[in-house]
Design a protein around this ligand. Structure first.
Ligand SMILES: Nc1ncnc2c1ncn2[C@@H]1O[C@H](COP(=O)(O)OP(=O)(O)OP(=O)(O)O)[C@@H](O)[C@H]1O
Length: 348
């Protein structure tokens, strides 16, 4: 079945680089995106979600992989974990033993009926206790009909073929498939985990950086490692030096210091100052209302000078304004109203 072999070789080509053994450029000499260059090769290299990764390591050691669904937000290592697991389980048989299909491939009912079934029927010599693996990335974007068509295939060929689904929302996977799989949920990576990985890459690439640059990368990534690494690479490519200012220029979101200044002024009851900063440092610079309000939400959570009760009140107000903005009223007046309401309880 040449098409399946072709498919898996593309997959194999996607992750050939161990952290300790990195190639710096692609086949045509262009520099690889760092997310690919530093994509973990072994389960040990994956940062975060320790307990779940430990479970995968046990499966990798004992073989007999169950059908699995790995769900969680984007960029936290779901696909990478499955690829590492498949590589550990199948070793040199990876090419013939894996069929990887992602959202860019056609994955309708016909593909399930023909291609996946043909792969499941294909004979591949694997070590004892190992099965072929079908990896369905972004499985939540498969139609319900295509998912239905998988039900029987998964059962009939279970002795020779196992399925691994990666998705953002496991509830978009139909119940019958969920009940056939072990469901592993990945959580957002912590700031420390993102920092750790970024520092490894920074050291390996000899990047010049400052601590506020690192903090800005972590702040803007919100636990998404792919985003953090991409922003790091873009900042290096654009400015050669990673500091807070450069990172926020690259990610094009409001600088948290400006947003913090607005919130501080509100907390001190200085409404004119708050409105002035809102207008000149944020709105006039072209940031959208959604960007400003969502940065407000993230900044306020980390402002220790505000007591918990007041913080909750502020968050409620910011939340209501966020809703109105999402409803379509993203004007300066809307934001100014929010700022006024935040400042009011603190005014004499
Ligand atoms: N936990 C992690 N440890 C180390 N690197 C990671 C981790 N998560 C993501 N990365 C980096 O981000 C890139 C993308 O990760 P991956 O494709 O596994 O994300 P994903 O969770 O499957 O996202 P999506 O839901 O968008 O498919 C990897 O190539 C790797 O460089």
């Amino acid at each position: 079945m040449p098409s399946e072999i072709g498919e898996s070789s593309t997959a194999a080509a996607k992750f050939p680089l161990a952290t300790a053994n990195v190639k710096s450029s692609g086949a045509d000499g262009t520099e690889l995106p760092w997310v690919e260059k530093y994509r973990p090769v072994f389960l040990d290299d994956i940062v975060g979600n320790t307990e779940t990764i430990e479970r995968l390591k046990i499966i990798a050691r004992d073989g007999n992989m169950p059908h699995v669904i790995i769900s969680g937000m984007p960029g936290i290592g779901k696909t990478t974990s499955i690829l590492c697991l498949a590589r550990t389980l199948l070793g040199e048989n990876y090419k013939e033993g894996v069929l990887e299909l992602n959202a860019s491939d056609e994955r309708g009912v016909d593909v399930v009926r023909n291609r996946i079934k043909a792969f499941a029927q294909k004979h591949v010599n694997l070590p004892p206790g190992r099965q072929k693996i079908v990896i369905l990335d972004e499985a939540d974007s498969m139609t319900a009909q295509a998912q239905q068509a998988l039900r029987r295939t998964m059962e009939i060929y279970a002795s020779t073929t196992r399925f691994a689904f990666a998705c953002n929302q496991s509830n978009k996977i139909i119940e019958p498939l969920q009940s056939r799989c072990a469901i592993l949920r990945y959580s957002r990576l912590t700031d420390q985990q993102v920092v750790r990985r970024l520092k490894e890459i920074i050291d390996a690439e000899g990047v010049k950086y400052s601590d506020d640059g690192l903090a800005a990368l972590v702040f803007s990534a919100e636990g998404d490692m792919r985003q953090a690494v991409n922003n790091l690479q873009s900042t290096v490519a654009g400015f050669g030096f990673v500091n807070g200012e450069n990172v926020f220029k690259i990610v094009d979101t409001p600088h948290p210091t400006a947003v913090q200044a607005v919130l501080k002024a509100c907390h001190q009851g200085k409404i004119e100052t708050a409105l002035e900063i809102l207008r000149t440092d944020l709105w006039d610079k072209g940031y959208s209302a959604v960007d400003i309000i969502s940065t407000m939400f993230r900044v306020i959570k980390s402002m220790d000078e505000i007591n918990e009760y007041r913080k909750m009140e502020y968050i409620k107000e910011i939340g209501f304004t966020h809703m109105r903005i999402l409803d379509g009223v993203g004007t300066l007046l809307q934001l100014s109203g929010c700022v006024a309401r935040l400042a009011r309880p603190n005014m004499k």
